[in-house]
Design a protein around this ligand. Structure first.
Ligand SMILES: NC(=O)C1=CN([C@@H]2O[C@H](COP(=O)(O)OP(=O)(O)OC[C@H]3O[C@@H](n4cnc5c(N)ncnc54)[C@H](OP(=O)(O)O)[C@@H]3O)[C@@H](O)[C@H]2O)C=CC1
Ligand SMILES: CC(C)(CO)C(=O)C(=O)O
Length: 300
C-alpha cells in the first residue's frame, strides 16, 4: 500500500495510476473532498473514473497501513509542514518519498524524521489538475528514486516494483542527488525566466535569452561542483534546450504560480543555489537577479 500526501496534479496522477494498476492507495488532502471519485484522463485522452480512499490523515491502524510508504506530492515550501501535520500517524520505519521540484526539503525533513528512510524522487511526468480529484496526464517522462539519507541501505524492491508496475520509466538510482541536481538546474534555467516574462517554455528559444540561460547553467554548475556533483556546461545546455523544446507549448509551474498569484518554489530553486553559493563563496549574479525579480513579483 502507498499513502499519498497532496491531492494535487502529481498526487492524483499517482493515485489514479496506482488504482489503475490494482495497487491500493490512500490520498491525504487538506480540503474536504466532496466525492470519492477520481477522474483521470490519460495520455491518449481516455477518461476513467476510480473510487479512491481519501481523508485528512494518513491511515495508521492496520499493519499494511503502518508499513505503507508515504509519497509526498506537495510543492517544496509545503513539504515539511505537510509531514509535520501527519507526524502522529507516521512511525519511524515508514519510508518517506519526497517527490517535488527544487532542492533542500530532504535536509529539513531528516531533522524531524531522523530514523525514517527518506527517498528523494524526481519526475518528468506532466499532470494538470482540472478541478478537485480530476487530472489530465499531459506528458510522459522518467521518474527517478533513491535514498537521500543512506545510499547503502537495501533497495526497497517491493516499493520500486509497485511504482514500476504503475507508471512507465520509473528507475531506482544510486546517484539520486545528481538526478535531482540536474532537475534543479533545468528548473533554474526555465522557471524564473519564463515566469518573469510570462512566456511559454518554447519562447525561451529566442536569442534574447541565450546568454542568460548560459549564465544560469554555468553559475549552477559551479555551485554543484563545490557540492561534489559534476556536470559539463555543454551537456546540461543541451539537456535544457531539449526540455525547452519538448515542453515548448507549456507554461512552467512557476509561470503559472506567478500568473495565479500563488507562492512559487523559488526558495528551493534559486534560493537553494544562492544559499550554497554563499557557503562556498561563489558569485551567482544571474541566479540572484532572477531570484529577486521573482520575490518582487510574489509580493504583488
Ligand atoms: N504538475 C506537474 O506536471 C509537475 C509537478 N512537479 C512538481 O511536483 C510537486 C507537486 O506539484 P503539483 O502536484 O503540480 O502541485 P499542486 O499544487 O497541484 O499539488 C499540491 C497539493 O498538495 C496539497 N497540500 C499542500 N499542503 C498540504 C498539506 N499540509 N496537507 C495535505 N495536502 C497539502 C495542495 O493543497 P492546496 O490546494 O490546499 O494548496 C495541493 O492539492 C511540485 O514540486 C511541482 O513542481 C514536477 C513535475 C511535473
Ligand atoms: C521541466 C519544467 C520546466 C516543465 O515546464 C518543470 O518542471 C516545471 O514547469 O516546473
Amino acid at each position: 500500500m502507498i499513502q499519498i500526501i497532496g491531492a494535487g496534479a502529481i498526487g492524483c496522477l499517482w493515485a489514479a495510476t496506482l488504482q489503475k494498476s490494482g495497487h491500493s492507495c490512500h490520498l491525504v488532502s487538506r480540503h474536504k473532498q466532496l466525492t470519492n471519485t477520481l477522474h483521470f484522463t490519460d495520455l491518449s485522452a481516455n477518461t476513467t473514473q476510480f473510487t479512491i480512499s481519501h481523508g485528512h490523515h494518513l491511515l495508521a491502524t492496520r499493519l499494511a497501513e503502518q508499513q505503507s510508504a508515504i509519497l509526498v506530492c506537495v510543492k517544496a515550501p509545503q513539504v515539511l509542514d505537510a509531514l509535520l501535520s501527519q507526524q502522529p500517524y507516521i512511525n519511524k520505519h515508514q519510508i518517506i518519498i519526497l517527490m517535488h521540484n527544487g532542492y533542500g526539503c530532504a535536509e529539513q525533513v531528516l531533522k524531524y524524521f531522523p530514523n525514517n528512510p527518506i527517498i528523494s524522487a524526481t519526475t518528468s511526468n506532466g499532470s494538470l489538475l482540472n478541478g478537485p480529484l480530476s487530472i489530465t496526464h499531459t506528458g510522459a517522462g522518467p521518474t527517478y528514486l533513491g535514498y537521500f539519507n543512506d545510499p547503502s541501505q537495501q533497495i526497497p524492491i517491493q516499493l520500486v516494483k509497485t511504482l514500476q508496475d504503475t507508471m512507465d520509466d520509473v528507475h531506482w538510482s544510486k546517484d539520486i542527488n545528481s538526478k535531482c541536481w540536474l532537475k534543479l538546474i533545468i528548473n533554474a534555467a526555465i522557471n524564473p525566466l519564463s515566469a518573469i516574462q510570462q512566456i511559454k517554455n518554447g519562447q525561451l528559444r529566442s536569442s534574447t535569452y541565450t546568454k542568460t540561460i548560459e549564465n544560469i547553467i554555468s553559475e549552477s554548475i559551479a555551485v554543484a561542483k563545490a557540492e561534489s556533483i559534476h556536470f559539463h556546461v555543454p551537456t546540461v545546455l543541451h539537456t535544457v534546450n531539449k526540455v525547452i523544446t519538448a515542453t515548448a507549448e507549456n507554461y512552467s509551474s512557476m509561470n503559472r504560480d506567478i500568473h495565479y498569484q500563488r507562492p512559487t518554489e523559488i526558495e528551493f530553486i534559486n534560493g537553494y543555489l544562492i544559499k550554497k553559493a554563499l557557503q562556498h563563496q561563489i558569485a551567482v549574479p544571474t541566479l540572484s537577479d532572477l531570484y529577486h525579480q521573482i520575490k518582487k513579483k510574489e509580493c504583488h
